[in-house]
Design a protein around this ligand. Sequence first.
Ligand code: 5GP
Length: 210
Amino acid sequence: MTDIQRRGLLLVMSSPSGAGKTTLSRRLLASDPNITMSVSVTTRAPRPGEVNGKDYHFIPQEEFVRLRDRGELLEYAEVFGNFYGTPKRPVTEALQAGRDVLFDIDWQGTQQLAQAMEEDLVRIFILPPTAEELRERLIRRAQDSSSTVAKRMAKAADEISHWPEYDYVIVNNDVNVASAEIDAILTAERLRRRRQVGLTQFVRELTKAL
Ligand code: 5GP
């Protein structure tokens, strides 16, 4: 029988900072070998504990501009005065190999991906359970200066206003439940007919043998 190949998908997770998105994406990456993280380039300074090449590729602004002008970024945006962008090549290579790619990008980048590759895109928006919880998580993280925390709180309402542009919305009340919900979305989206390349051939062979 012909193997049913699968076309990879692009899974975007957006949320305001502090909604628990980083924990959720780490869990997904650890539990699912078929999905890889898209490592963005950014002009922002690394936070303590962040690893260059793993969390981000930390680059100077001139290099960012060069990559952007050469068309090597799939999407890019300015967030909190810094530039962020997705390198194109690793994404196209993963898709061709039938692997899925996870993106931690904001609504601006998600809109650009939707314009370029809507068929391949699955969009999840993560909401914090309450405003209080969001504030506490930002303060607990305390890796940013207090003025940045205030800026991020102010920005949260703006980011949240884009929830209707996403396919799925998860309220992150309990990280175990939210993780299971993300797994369920991924399982279902992988089974979409259009993503199962070679299905026609498979069914043809199957019915011939009936
Ligand atoms: P942070 O500085 O907290 O790591 O990220 C700030 C915001 O930038 C987050 O909302 C994150 O999703 C977004 N972001 C990170 N990388 C990219 C990217 O490559 N493109 C876009 N559009 N947003 C990004």
